[in-house]
Write a protein that binds this ligand. Structure first.
Ligand code: ZN
Ligand code: ZN
Length: 90
C-alpha cells in the first residue's frame, strides 16, 4: 500500500472503516486514506459500486462519503455521469 498523496510506502494500519475496509495513515505526510479510496481512484467497478449505493439506496451523500472516504466533488461528478447512463435515475 502506498500513500495516495505522497506515494510513500511508509504507511501504518489505522483501524477499519464501518464498511469493513482497511484504513491507513501515512507516516510521511500524515494523510489518512482507506483501501477503498485507493481503489476508487483506480477501478471503474469500485466507482460504480459506490454510485450504486449512493443513487439506488437511501444513503445520503454524507454517509457514502464517510463510509468510503471519498471527496464530495468526486461523488457529485460521478453522479452526474451516472444519471446520463442510468435508466433508473434518468
Ligand atoms: Zn504520504
Ligand atoms: Zn442509477
Amino acid at each position: 500500500m502506498n500513500c495516495v498523496r505522497c506515494a510513500s510506502d511508509e504507511v501504518n494500519k489505522n483501524g477499519i472503516l464501518p464498511s469493513g475496509w482497511q484504513r491507513w495513515r501515512c507516516l510521511g505526510c500524515d494523510k489518512q486514506f482507506s483501501e477503498w479510496g485507493v481503489r476508487w481512484t483506480y477501478t471503474e467497478t469500485f466507482k460504480n459500486n459506490v454510485i450504486d449505493e449512493y443513487c439506488h439506496s437511501s444513503k445520503t451523500a454524507r454517509q457514502v462519503i464517510a463510509d468510503y472516504q471519498i471527496s464530495s466533488a468526486t461523488l457529485v461528478k460521478r453522479k452526474k455521469q451516472h444519471i446520463d447512463d442510468c435508466d433508473v435515475c434518468a
